[in-house]
Ligand binder design. Structure first.
Ligand code: OGA
Ligand code: MN
Length: 215
């Protein structure tokens, strides 16, 4: 495989505009070592109980509805060497997408997420139409040897018909799901074993909201 970053970014941009989503292996770009250290970070956070129950919706107090989502999250600050390296990559990706799609992405936010056995996230979109906040979503998976029987796949629905399945992504280490936050409905199917991931949203707004106001 030839590693031409400009060409790779062209392909991502084309898929985002043609279909609204794409899945790919990011290992050639991030390197196996960085993926491993991110994986180690989330395992430690999970074991030390540093991940908190995620909320849904907006407002001063996020609603914690266990019938909709059951993952636990921790926001990344970019303050470890691995997170700094990842943030540099995400920064470049933001600029690359802006150059090609004129999305005016200003910044990104990212959190680790863990789904334990039995956890899921029902079908949803990541941004409310018209808010122009979260524009592009990226999910990076951090699990070794994920089998179909382990559940926890990301079900992607068609941009044209939100009840029609358009893709199923296994959360295997290095795999990434990249999609338009407002347009692509998606769902995390029930996990049968612990499932680690890192989610990132590229946003059009400049000023960070207080964490409690985030979806
Ligand atoms: C989310 C989400 C998908 C995944 O956090 O909003 O949809 O595969 N995550 O973890
Ligand atoms: Mn989502």
């Amino acid at each position: 495989m030839s590693l031409d970053k400009a060409q790779w970014l062209d392909e991502l941009a084309e898929s985002l505009s043609d279909r609204g989503w794409i899945s790919f292996d990011i290992t050639p770009w991030l390197g196996a070592e960085l993926l491993q250290s991110l994986q180690q970070e989330i395992v430690v956070l999970d074991q030390s109980d540093a991940l908190k129950i995620a909320g849904i919706g907006r407002g001063s107090e996020p609603v914690r509805d266990r019938s909709v989502r059951r993952d636990k999250i921790a926001w990344l600050q970019g303050d470890t060497p691995s997170q700094a390296a990842l943030f540099e990559f995400l920064h470049d990706l933001r600029l690359g997408l802006n150059q090609r799609l004129f999305l005016g992405l200003k910044r990104f936010e990212a959190h680790y997420a863990t789904y334990h056995r039995g956890d899921f996230y029902k079908a949803h979109v990541d941004s409310f139409q018209g808010r122009a906040s979260r524009i592009v979503s990226l999910v990076l998976y951090l699990n070794d040897d994920w089998q179909p029987a382990d559940g926890g796949a990301l079900q992607i629905y068609s941009r044209e018909n939100e009840s029609e399945a358009d893709g199923l992504i296994l959360p295997e280490a290095g795999r990434v799901a990249l999609f338009m936050s407002e347009e692509i409905r998606h769902e995390v199917l029930e996990a049968q074993r612990t499932r680690y991931s890192l989610a990132c949203w590229f946003r059009q707004d400049v000023i960070p909201l207080p964490l409690s106001a985030l979806i």
